[in-house]
Design a protein around this ligand. Structure first.
Ligand code: PGA
Length: 248
C-alpha cells in the first residue's frame, strides 16, 4: 500500500497540533477505504497527546528522529523504544535537515535505522542530493552512495521505507521533473533489488520535497514512486488530505 507521510518538523504546540491531527484523522475516518496508508510525524513533544487523539482512526504515528542508542546516559536523546511506547509505528532517520544542520553522517543514520528496527519500528531512511551536486551531474551517484552507507548490515527490508528528498526541493517550491524523479527512483529500485533480491521490489520508495495537492497526482504517477514525504503541506489539514486522496 502507498504511504503518505507528513513531517511536521519543529512546528506545533499542543492546541494547534491536536487540532491538526484531529482534522486529518476525522477526514480519514469519514472517507471510504483509502488505498493509501497515512502517517503523521509530529514533534516529540506532541507524540503522546496526538497519539492518544488519533488512536484507532487509521492514521499512523511516527517520530522524526531517534537516538542511535537503546538507553542510558544520552541527555536529550529520545530512544526508538520510547517512540514505540507512545504508539509510533515509524520513525524518519537521516532527514537532510539532520544531515545538514546536525552533522549526521551516513554511519550515524545507519545506527539510527538499526536502533529503530530493534525497537520494532519501520525506519524511513532519507537520501537526496544538494543542488550543486545535481548541477554537476552527480545526483544519482550521491543518492546511491548515501543509500549504501545509511543502511546497517542487518537491516530488515520488510520494515524499511526509503525517501528520496532532493535537498534543493525541500521547502523551496521547486521539484524535479517527473523524468528526473523516475531516474532516481529507478536507480534506487534497481539498487534495492541487487541488495535484497525480490524483497527489494516491495520496499516503498517515497518522493519528498515541495509536494502539494496540486502536484501530488503527477508525482505519484511516476514509476517506482510509492508515496510521498510531505513537509510544509502536512501542516494544513486540507492540503495533506488532498495529497492522501491523490494517492488513493
Ligand atoms: P517540504 O518538506 O514538503 O516542505 O518541501 C519535505 C520534507 O522535508 O520532508
Amino acid at each position: 500500500m502507498r504511504l503518505i507521510a507528513g513531517n511536521w518538523k519543529m512546528n506545533g504546540l499542543q492546541a494547534e497540533g491536536l487540532a491538526l491531527a484531529r482534522a486529518v484523522a476525522d477526514a480519514i475516518r469519514g472517507a471510504p477505504p483509502l488505498g493509501a496508508e497515512a502517517l503523521i510525524c509530529p514533534p516529540a513533544t506532541l507524540l503522546a497527546s496526538v497519539g492518544a487523539a488519533i488512536a484507532g482512526t487509521g492514521l499512523a504515528l511516527g517520530g522524526q528522529d531517534c537516538s542511535p542508542e537503546a538507553k542510558g546516559a544520552f541527555t536529550g536523546d529520545v530512544s526508538a523504544a520510547m517512540l514505540a511506547d507512545l504508539g509510533c509505528r515509524y520513525v524518519i532517520v537521516g532527514h537532510s535537515e539532520r544531515r545538514q544542520f546536525r552533522g549526521e553522517t551516513d554511519a550515524a543514520v545507519a545506527k539510527k535505522a538499526a536502533a529503530a528496527q530493534a525497537a520494532g519500528l519501520h525506519a524511513i531512511v532519507c537520501v537526496g542530493e544538494r543542488g550543486d551536486e545535481r548541477a554537476r551531474g552527480a545526483a544519482q551517484t550521491i543518492v546511491l552512495g548515501q543509500m549504501a552507507g545509511s543502511l546497517p548490515a542487518d537491516i530488515d527490508p520488510t520494515r524499511l521505507v526509503v525517501a528520496y528528498e532532493p535537498v534543493w526541493a525541500i521547502g523551496s517550491g521547486r521539484t524535479p521533473t517527473p523524468a528526473e524523479i523516475a531516474e532516481i527512483h529507478g536507480a534506487l529500485r534497481h539498487w534495492l533489488g541487487e541488495r535484497f533480491g525480490s524483497i527489494g521490489s516491495g520496499i516503498r520508495l517515497l518522493y519528498g520535497g515541495s509536494v502539494t495537492p496540486a502536484n501530488a497526482a503527477a508525482i505519484l504517477a511516476v514509476p517506482a514512486v510509492d508515496g510521498s514525504l510531505v513537509g510544509g503541506a502536512s501542516l494544513k489539514a486540507s492540503d495533506f488530505i488532498g495529497i492522501i486522496r491523490a494517492a488513493a
